[in-house]
Ligand binder design. Structure first.
Ligand code: SF4
Length: 430
C-alpha cells in the first residue's frame, strides 16, 4: 500500500528555535514512556551536570506526562501513517525539524538554567529507520563528547533500526525505549501498518543483548567494558485505541518483561486527535482503566503475580476495586492469612499490605506477635486488609470474609491509590 506523503515544504526550516520548540514539545507530549530511573553518575571535573546530586525527578502532570526532562521530538515530520498519531504523514499539522546541534544547544542552555535534569528525545521517521536512529544518537553523542554532559538522556529506539545504530544510541543514552504502541500484530495491522511486533521485539532483544554484554564486561572489570544504557529499556502501550482487552495488554507486558528485561511498560490512555480516522474511538477510555493497568503491572513486577492470575475470568480489570483486592475476593479459600505464621509471599498478597510492610511484618514477628494495631501504625490499608488476616489480638473484621457483599464494602469510593504502601505507588504518585 502506498504511503501518504508529507509535503516536505511544510517542515519550515525558517522557523525560529522558539517556533520549533513550541511545535516539537507539544508533539512529544503523547509519549508517556519518558520516566527515568536510578542511574547514578557524578559530575567530572570540568564537566557539566550530573544525575546524582539533583537526582532524576519523576514528575508528572496530572494527565501522567513527564515534566522533569526536556521532552521534545527531533522532528514531527514522519513517513509513517499510524492512525492514532497526530504526527502521522497524512495529518494536517504544522511541521518542524531541529538539527542535532539545535537540540544540543537547547539541552545545555536549559540545563544550565536548572530548568531540566535531562533530555527525552524522540522523532518521527525521517528518511528511514537507521537514519532516524543515527540522528537521535548523534544528539546524545554531541552532548556527552563535546559538552561533557552528565545529565540524563532518554532516547527513542526506532524499531527495526540496525544493531549498529542501536548500539551507538545505547552507548550515549541512559535509557532507550522501543515503543510497542499496541499489544498485538492485528492491532498494528489495523492502525499502524508500517510497524510489526517482530521489529519492535527484535530491537528490544538487541538492546537487551548489548546491555547484558556491557554488564558482564563491567562485572569482569574488563578495561574496555563498553558503556550501554545503564538505566535499561522501557516501552509504551496505548490503551483503548483498539478493542484489545486488559488481559491481552497484560499478557503482552508480561512477555516483554520476561523476554527483554524491560524496566517499565507505560500505559497511555488513547487521546482522540484532530481529524481522527473513523476507525478510532471518539473518546478517551476512562483514566481509571489506565490506573488499574499500572496497579496490575506493579503486581507482576513486585508482588509475584502472573498476568493470567490477575485477569482470570473477565477480560478486563474491574474498575471499582484494585486488581489485588479483586484477586483476593476471587480466592477467599486462600484466606485468612495468619500474619504471625504465613510466608512473605502469602502476606504480600493480602489486600492493603504492600511489599515494604510485608517485610516489616516478617521482621517484627521475630521479636513479638503482630497485632491489628501494628498494621495501622505501618499505615497499611487496614480497611482492606482486616477481613483477610488473623492477628495476635481479636480481629472483629475477620467474620466479614465470607460476606456476599464484601466487594461492595471494600470498593473504592473516591480516589483509588491505596493498593501499595505509602510512598510506593504507580506513576500517578512516584
Ligand atoms: S512512526 Fe511514530 S511519529 Fe510516525 S506516525 Fe507512527 S507513531 Fe507517529
Amino acid at each position: 500500500m502506498a504511503r501518504p506523503q508529507v509535503n516536505r515544504n511544510q517542515v519550515n526550516r525558517n522557523k525560529t528555535i522558539k517556533d520549533k520548540l513550541a511545535i516539537l514539545a507539544d508533539a512529544a507530549k503523547y509519549d508517556a514512556s519518558c520516566a527515568s530511573s536510578g542511574v547514578k553518575r557524578k559530575n567530572k571535573s570540568g564537566g557539566l551536570g550530573n544525575s546524582t546530586g539533583v537526582g532524576i525527578c519523576h514528575s508528572y502532570t496530572p494527565d501522567g506526562r513527564c515534566i522533569s526532562l526536556l521532552k521534545i521530538l527531533l522532528t514531527n515530520f514522519c513517513i509513517y501513517d499510524c492512525k492514532y498519531c497526530i504526527n502521522r504523514a497524512s495529518s494536517n499539522v504544522p511541521r518542524a525539524r531541529f538539527t542535532p546541534d539545535e537540540v544540543v544547544r537547547l539541552t545545555v542552555e536549559f540545563y544550565k538554567r536548572n530548568y531540566i535534569e535531562g533530555l527525552f528525545l524522540s522523532s518521527g521517521i525521517i528518511r528511514d529507520v537507521d537514519y532516524t536512529m543515527d540522528q537521535l544518537a548523534e544528539v546524545a553523542r554531541k552532548l556527552r563528547q563535546e559538552h561533557d554532559f552528565n545529565g540524563y538522556i532518554h532516547l527513542k529506539a526506532v524499531p527495526g533500526a540496525s544493531d549498529e545504530a542501536v548500539q551507538k544510541a545505547g552507548r550515549w543514552a541512559d535509557r532507550l525505549s522501543a515503543n510497542i504502541e499496541l499489544p498485538t500484530q492485528d492491532d498494528l495491522d489495523e492502525l499502524a501498518p508500517a510497524k510489526t511486533v517482530d521489529d519492535v521485539e527484535k530491537t528490544m532483544g538487541e538492546i537487551r543483548q548489548r546491555r547484558d554484554e556491557a554488564k558482564a564486561a563491567k562485572k569482569s572489570k574488563a578495561k574496555d567494558a563498553p558503556r550501554f544504557m545503564p538505566a535499561g529499556q522501557s516501552t509504551q502501550m496505548i490503551v483503548g485505541a483498539t478493542p484489545s482487552t486488559d488481559r491481552t495488554i497484560l499478557q503482552t507486558a508480561d512477555r516483554l518483561y520476561t523476554n527483554h528485561k524491560l524496566k517499565r511498560v507505560y500505559y497511555s490512555a488513547y487521546s482522540p486527535i484532530p481529524d481522527v480516522d473513523p476507525m478510532l474511538p471518539a473518546q478517551t477510555p476512562p483514566l481509571i482503566r489506565e490506573h488499574r493497568l499500572y496497579q496490575a503491572d506493579w503486581l507482576m513486577r513486585f508482588y509475584g503475580f502472573q498476568a493470567a492470575e490477575i485477569v482470570e475470568e473477565e477480560d478486563n480489570l474491574p474498575l471499582d476495586i484494585d486488581p489485588k483486592l479483586a484477586w483476593a475476593i476471587r480466592h477467599r479459600d486462600l484466606f485468612p492469612v495468619d500474619l504471625n505464621r504465613a510466608s512473605f509471599e502469602e502476606i504480600v498478597r493480602v489486600p492493603g499490605i504492600g511489599v515494604r510492610n510485608a517485610k516489616r511484618i516478617v521482621a517484627m514477628r521475630r521479636k513479638r506477635r503482630v497485632r491489628l494495631e501494628d498494621l495501622r501504625k505501618m499505615r497499611s490499608n487496614v480497611r482492606k486488609a482486616a477481613p483477610f488476616v488473623i492477628t495476635a489480638d481479636k480481629n472483629p473484621h475477620l467474620r466479614r470474609l465470607d460476606d456476599l457483599d464484601l466487594r461492595y464494602q471494600l470498593a473504592d469510593r473516591s480516589e483509588q491509590l491505596s493498593l501499595f504502601d505509602a510512598g510506593q505507588s504507580s506513576r500517578l504518585g512516584a
